[in-house]
Write a protein that binds this ligand. Sequence first.
Ligand code: PMV
Length: 342
Amino acid sequence: MFSATCVAPVNMALVKYWGKRNEELILPINDSVSMTLDANEMCAKTTITASESFKQNRMWLNGEVVTFEENARLMRCLAGVQRLALANGAHKFSLSWKLHIASYNNFPTAAGLASSAAGYACLVYTLARLYELPLNEELTTVARQGSGSACRSLYGGFVHWRRGSSADGSDSIAVPLAPASHWPNMHMLILVVNDARKKTGSTRGMQLGVSTSSLIQHRAKEVVPRRVKELMAAIESRDFQAFAEITIKESNQLHAICLDTYPPCVYMNDVSHAIVNFVHDYNETVGSLQAAYTFDAGPNACIYVLAENVPRLLAAIQLAFPNDAQQSVEYLMGIPVPPVEL
Ligand code: PMV
């Protein structure tokens, strides 16, 4: 019997991935850039055991049985890692041995908090450890086929997912841009507005967006390439003003595309919009961009802020959003690190 346990963190997109050009291979219509959180804060933890005596592959997510063999994305990830293992030849047991997989998320699943990114990254990374495979570009192409954004959670710090141009997806890879230590005072607060499952999942939202939004192709062709370049320069020079402006505009454009989708996908709620207004008012009051919000496909806010500005921002958040049932927000902080084997 062989076993491996790993944790993989959530990543939060700065330049958003939204829209696929190939549904099966999960090839995006545009590049994206993200920051990975601290693996202890918001992460998936996965244990995979391989045994000659197991009769079938089995999986549990947060203690509930998952119909593994019927889940095309899970099967594609398993097949992808096993293909790499076969080519690499370092594994110590037969690839025909069945697997038992137990995974836990320490944060709400499918609530726009990138649970699938951490989950699939952790699955693929743990499989790679089990079969003694290195973390490399090819492994990111496998994680991408579980959930697109998962390929970015294989690295810590700031990560770039290149859309690529090949038909087989071999150049649609995640590459690390800068480690967490490059910008050590970069912090992230997550304001949990609502931890319920979202109505329209990101897969469906993207499909509808690609087929009905007239803005989405303009964004992919004209806007994203420029913003990726600008954001990479802002990260390199640790320019928080530029970083914040691009991040805020990206979040707003993602949700503009969602509203331009027919029927519209509405992910943000009244509290989300109150947070947007709060951040703009706060930045105006302090006289510079000290906080930058971003929202994925859900109502929860992620706020980037430099460590030295956290106490002041938190005090203002607590004042603006007193902890009542209508407007409750919680926060977590992360310093980004890559996945780790336990
Ligand atoms: O990887 P998916 O299918 O969960 O899509 C993620 C999409 C966003 O989180 C909204 C944006 C992103 O780049 O992570």
